[in-house]
Design a protein around this ligand. Structure first.
Ligand code: IPE
Ligand code: IPE
Ligand code: MG
Length: 243
């Protein structure tokens, strides 16, 4: 449910809230390093931030929030770190499922599930099934997601279906075979930690998105910072090639 008083408190108006916000949650490692702590500590703190940003998105009327949690490239990290990240995904979903449900949030995961540990797959499937009737915020978590992989998989499926005479070849048929099928295009990409790149995140879906790069490291990205980013979006002039 959109909280009008919250929009007013933050000086935002309903019409200028992006329909689809996608966040590259970056900088956990550097946050921990600055505190002489192991990277894993940064990931734990980062995971704690997610809750606040999800709730605020729901309260402010963001339609879809996509969070980049683990990329197809992140397997290159040390085994221990990968294990901890998988563990945090399981913990987050187990702990938050009830609250997500109560807030009418619908959960989706995008990415290649087949390569995930079975426990992660199970909790993803359970969370999707449990929330599938919900009509509030779409919370999309990208886990083992890579945009290039998504496009190749979609192209393969489209080719197979075309060969079998099941589809025509057009833009819609291509998009229908993405992990994000049925979800709207991205309006706003926010990346924390000062890196100026997309890192294989939603290359097709964010083709016309507005971009926001902030120096803040993800564990420090709080409600105030998010609102600041949304204010910035409200001031953008989107033209989509028009005038
Ligand atoms: C983002 O923080 C979390 C994931 C990629 C899973 P990083 O772990 O990339 O943190 P930095 O970029 O090394 O600081
Ligand atoms: C992008 O961050 C992936 C996630 C936030 C999950 P990375 O830290 O992996 O990106 P690079 O390596 O700096 O491009
Ligand atoms: Mg990083």
């Amino acid at each position: 449910m959109v909280k009008q008083e919250l929009l007013e408190k933050y000086g935002l108006c309903r019409e200028s809230i992006p329909g689809h916000v996608a966040i590259i949650m970056d900088g956990n490692g550097r946050w921990a390093k600055a505190r002489h702590m192991p990277r894993t500590y940064g990931h734990k703190k980062g995971a704690e931030r997610v809750k606040e940003i999800v709730r605020l998105s729901s309260d402010l009327g963001v339609g879809t929030l996509t969070l980049y949690a683990f990329s197809t490239e992140n397997w290159k990290r040390p085994r221990e770190e990968v294990g901890l990240l998988m563990g945090l995904i399981i913990e987050y979903l187990r702990k938050e499922l009830r609250e997500l449900w109560e807030e009418n949030v619908r959960f989706y995961s995008i990415g290649d599930r087949d390569a995930l540990p079975s426990e992660v797959r199970a909790v993803i499937e359970e969370s999707e099934a449990e929330t599938k009737e919900n009509t509030g915020l779409n919370l999309v978590v990208a886990i083992n997601y890579g945009g290039q992989d998504e496009l190749v998989q979609a192209a393969k499926r489209l080719a197979e279906d075309f060969k079998a005479g099941k589809t025509e070849l057009n833009q819609q048929a291509f998009e229908d075979r993405f992990y994000t099928a049925g979800l709207p295009a991205v309006d706003y990409v926010i990346r924390t930690s000062g890196e100026l790149r997309m890192s294989n995140f939603l290359p097709y879906q964010a083709a016309y998105a507005e971009l926001c790069f902030t120096q803040t490291l993800w564990p420090d990205f709080d409600a105030e910072q998010y609102v600041q980013a949304l204010r910035e979006y409200a001031g953008r002039n989107r033209r989509f090639g028009g005038i």
